[in-house]
Design a protein around this ligand. Structure first.
Ligand code: SF4
Ligand code: SF4
Length: 469
């Protein structure tokens, strides 16, 4: 993937070929990037504030008295801005998931790793929360390294304790907010206040994971653990937007000599600032690399250098592989058209199925392990469960009538069932069927279900019974 076509592939040293975060022996090499406060950094900070506000704010948002976003595993439902999806909505859930995947493909093909650099929680919290806390308490990387290289002092210990205390507080707030997406905010607060053991353990575990990730694992989550970066090679094409170094303009690189005029080398003065500012420790001048999260820090660093040496900005810039190679940019290409058509089809089908979704769903399920019981007077009793799901936000009243087999009757479930908006309830019912209705040990029960909100549905269930003698 390298755009640096001035060297043969055989010229790369082992240093070039392994992760910047590892030494040649495979040990961790700590990366402490120097922040470049350029225009992209300022824009990213605004996005980071918005994304943080979204993450912490969403669990407090309600629609119709219910959380706007709630992955309610306990009740097997997913609330999304007023829409409730349950396992019975598996087609909708599949289309929703497929839509997300194709959207990722589409956005990546056009804008590259814009998500990674600007909006991913890993980047946002590491670069705009944890690192700033570290810098605030322990100073810039150079100062921190100097202090850490010396002996332990009271000041050094105090700074470490303060940093980890602040990390722990932020981690705990993140963890409880994260749990609120699964328990609802009120449910999470109630469980914590009531000392519910499971919730406390979950909160502690998520806090620990946040600390391990943001305080220790850091950029390795992007360079080693995250599968998205690995997909770059298949999702990118020649016109995908990327952060790239203009080798044609920058090479041959060379130090700026005092009084040198005109310059005998390219625009890159080999100052290394693009490397020192990179949170994954790579050198963008080696071309597109999987470790690049498109954070634009090297653009800000190099633009500042170009300003100082009075050269045009953009030696490192948002560009594409085609533009770097030929100076031309392209947008329309077949894969975008294909993604667009698939996206339209998937989201169109999603809305079609959603709008055609009945006002309620009813499932008939077996109730016990005993398939049937023969009662006196030749009656066969079968216990069943009937699960009602109200898809509306308002109350709905259901009635059930057993229409077949002839002579059978319903015991339980004959009374109207009143179900609150979006509620799910399971009734246990018994069907009493004359033994003569069974042919070869089976007969079919047919239920007619109606609701005051317009549901008219028939459900069948095969009843097992004794064989005729
Ligand atoms: S910051 Fe710019 S000038 Fe400095 S080494 Fe990187 S590409 Fe070259
Ligand atoms: S190469 Fe540049 S854009 Fe890529 S991760 Fe490093 S600093 Fe960010």
């Amino acid at each position: 993937m390298s755009a640096d076509n001035r060297r043969s592939p055989f010229e790369y040293s082992p240093e070039d070929e392994h992760l910047a975060g590892l030494s040649l022996e495979g040990a961790r090499r700590w990366i402490d990037p120097v922040v470049s406060h350029g225009r992209f950094f300022r824009a990213r900070r605004i996005v980071a504030i918005a994304m943080t506000g979204l993450f912490f704010g969403l669990p407090h948002l309600s629609i119709g008295g219910r959380p706007a976003v709630w992955i309610d595993l306990a009740n097997r439902q997913f609330l999304l801005f007023g829409l409730t999806l349950r396992p019975a909505d598996n087609v909708l859930l599949m289309m929703f998931g497929a839509g997300l995947v194709i959207t990722v493909f589409f956005v990546t093909a056009v804008l590259g790793r814009i998500w990674c650099g600007w909006a991913c929680p890993q980047t946002v919290y590491l670069e705009f929360v944890f690192r700033p806390i570290e810098t605030l308490v322990e100073g810039r990387p150079a100062i921190r390294h100097r202090r850490d290289a010396g002996a332990w002092t009271a000041e050094r210990a105090a700074r470490k304790v303060l940093k980890w205390a602040l990390f722990a507080v932020v981690g705990a707030v993140m963890a409880t907010t994260f749990l609120a997406y699964f328990l609802s905010w009120d449910g999470m607060v109630a469980a914590i206040a009531a000392g519910e053991r499971g919730t406390w353990i979950a909160a502690a575990a998520v806090t620990a994971m946040a600390l391990i990730d943001f305080a220790f694992f850091r950029e390795q989550t992007c360079t080693v653990a995250c599968p998205y970066g690995r997909l770059q090679s298949v999702l990118y094409d020649a016109d995908t937007l990327l952060v790239g170094y203009d080798a044609g303009r920058g090479e041959p690189r060379g130090r700026l000599e005092p009084g040198e005029s005109p310059r005998t080398t390219g625009d890159c003065i080999d100052c290394g600032r693009c490397v020192h500012t990179c949170p994954t420790g790579i050198d963008i001048r080696k071309g597109l690399q999987m470790e690049c999260v498109a954070c634009t820090q090297c653009i800000d660093a190099c633009d500042d250098v170009m300003d100082r040496v009075k050269r045009p900005r953009g030696l490192i810039r948002y560009t594409s592989q085609r533009e770097l190679a030929s100076g031309k940019r392209g947008f329309a290409r077949p894969r975008l058209l294909l993604y667009g058509v698939i996206l339209l089809a998937v989201y169109g089908a999603f809305w079609f199925v959603l709008l055609g979704r009945p006002v309620a769903s009813v499932e008939v399920l077996r109730a016990s392990t005993e398939p049937y019981r023969v009662l006196p007077a030749g009656i066969v009793a079968t216990q069943l469960r009937m699960r009602f799901t109200n898809h509306l936000d308002r109350e709905q009243t259901f009635g059930v009538v057993l229409v077949a087999p002839e002579g059978s009757e319903l015991a339980g479930g004959a009374e109207p069932l009143v179900l609150a908006g979006n509620a799910v309830e399971t009734l246990t019912i018994a069907v009493k069927t004359p033994q003569k209705a069974f042919v070869d040990g089976r007969t079919t029960a047919r239920f007619h279900i109606q609701s005051d909100q317009g549901l008219k549905a028939d459900r069948e269930y095969v009843l097992l019974g004794p064989y005729a003698e």
